[in-house]
Write a protein of this length. Structure first.
Length: 237
């Protein structure tokens, strides 16, 4: 009905009507850093065999699907690769959904591959598009700024965990590796965090405090020593 109305409006405006071959194309994606497995289902037909593409090839192939159907929907599970693919698909005009990770081996057959995962996602997407909102749980995709803030906060937490692990080691060699200079070389993207941590350690040593990584006290000493203002990362910790 919606397509018919659009065609009637286009005819009234004098624009040529381009009738597409299918109504809806559904794509289930199993996303990895170096490849994407995709299973396509056209309207209510049987899902097609899985295809393997590179991250550069897939957006071009997905854009072609828009010329075949009035509506193109896709979904993939949230993971460590972020939401760049989601934003690319939305920019193309594809209705993409990022979902909470699922246990796709429902029958416990212990056969779990990229192909079977993409197939299971396609079937769930088909039922979701048909109206079953319990097929999977869609998640809220953060903005680019929110994603950057989360990434920086997680990297700082990783730095703190690594420094604690090295500081708690019993061997002198590993204790030496806990020095902020060593950590700065290992985590060059967090040099500012290392400087604040180094200032806190020096201040603790001057006051005879124990060389522990106390978050609240050491960070407050670092701010007093360096004269730096409170950053969003410090407030998060």
């Amino acid at each position: 009905m919606k397509t018919t109305n659009q065609q009637n409006n286009a005819q009234a405006d004098g624009a040529p009507v381009v009738s597409k071959q299918y109504r809806c194309v559904k794509l289930g994606l199993d996303v990895h850093a170096d490849s994407i497995r995709v299973v396509r289902m056209i309207d209510g037909a049987t899902p097609q065999p899985a295809q393997k593409m590179t991250p550069d090839e897939f957006p071009k192939w997905a854009a072609k699907q828009l010329t075949l159907a009035d509506r193109v929907c896709s979904c993939y599970e949230a993971g460590p690769l972020g939401y760049g693919l989601h934003r690319k698909l939305l920019a193309l005009g594809i209705e993409n959904i990022v979902i909470r990770p699922l246990v796709l081996d429902e029958y416990r057959v212990r056969v779990k591959t990229d192909k079977t995962d993409a197939l299971a996602l396609t079937k769930r997407l088909d039922t979701y598009v048909r109206g079953n909102r319990k097929a999977f749980a869609a998640i809220r995709v953060p903005s680019e700024q929110e994603e950057q803030d989360r990434t920086l906060s997680r990297q700082r937490e990783q730095l703190v965990r690594e420094a604690r692990r090295l500081a708690d080691s019993s061997t002198p060699r590993r204790k030496a590796a806990a020095h902020p200079e060593i950590i700065r070389r290992k985590f060059p993207h967090l040099s500012a965090c290392c400087r604040a941590t180094n200032a806190a350690r020096q201040c603790c040593a001057k006051q005879g405090l124990r060389a522990q990584w106390d978050k609240s006290h050491c960070l407050s000493l670092a701010r007093k020593t360096s004269g730096a203002s409170t950053s969003p990362i410090d407030r998060a910790i």
